[in-house]
Design a protein around this ligand. Structure first.
Ligand code: MD3
Ligand code: FE
Length: 224
């Protein structure tokens, strides 16, 4: 067996058994890379633990006075914050008075590769928001509008328990679509989808071998 026959079989094997390299368009400018972070999952989770040792997960307060059900921390030059004064990025963690822990090299590399692969060459995130969900935690429909330049995409990495993610359109009233995001899934949100409304439904209880009763989500951004 040689040449074309071998290539045909390898092609078939790839589509049947090897999902790395596959991508699915969710919306204009939004691409799902199913399982793409799996080879790095252990590294990413160890890094999250290190970051949380210096900048603990905390439930922040919205400007309207509600405590978020999702616990958050950050790494990188800038971290996303909310309190009674509003939403913003800041170089300093208000809880410790220290700069946010540096962005691990693995976060940067993964985000750059995912972005480059989906048409956003030269993406260099300077901020990573780390969300931690426990059963029942949710994120209501919102837009990400606190970054300086919406021309940059956002790379999101899901780890642990699966969640139902919802995304609509530019108008809050646009009927949202649902997509299940599981351990190792990456989504790159850019172009027209960058300002789409999105949220996460209440996390269903479960036990994940790598994260127990938690889901983690990294959002890597060029915020400044
Ligand atoms: C669609 N986080 O932190 S990541 C957030 O799973 C956030 O924790 C969710 O929304 C989570 O702001 C969803 C996926 C995501 C991130 C940014 C987007 C989807 C997006 C920006 C525009 C459109
Ligand atoms: Fe968001």
């Amino acid at each position: 067996m040689s040449g074309p026959t071998m290539a045909y079989i390898c092609g078939a094997m790839q589509s049947l058994f090897d999902t790395s390299g596959e991508s699915e368009a969710l919306a204009a400018g939004a691409v799902l890379l199913r399982g793409r972070a799996l080879p790095l999952a252990t590294t990413l989770l160890a890094a999250i633990e290190q970051i949380a040792a210096r900048a603990p997960f905390r439930r922040m307060t919205t400007p309207g006075g509600f405590e978020m059900s999702v616990a958050m921390t950050n790494c990188g030059q800038a971290g996303w914050l909310t309190d009674r004064k509003g939403y913003r990025y800041d170089a300093v963690d208000p809880q410790t008075g220290q700069p946010w822990p540096p962005m691990p090299a693995a976060f940067l590399a993964l985000a750059r590769e995912a972005a480059a692969e989906t048409g956003y060459a030269g993406f260099v995130p300077d901020a990573c928001l780390i969300n931690r969900y426990e059963p029942g935690a949710r994120l209501s429909l919102h837009q990400d509008r606190d970054e300086a330049d919406y021309g940059h995409p956002i790379v999101s990495v899901s780890l642990g328990l699966p969640a139902t993610f919802q995304f609509g359109g530019l108008k809050r009233s646009d009927q949202p679509r649902r997509v299940a995001l599981g351990h190792g899934d990456i989504v790159v949100w850019g172009g027209p989808s960058r300002l789409f409304h999105h949220g996460v439904l209440g996390l269903k209880d479960g036990l994940h071998p790598s994260t127990g009763r938690h889901r983690f989500n990294l959002t890597l951004r060029q915020a400044l």
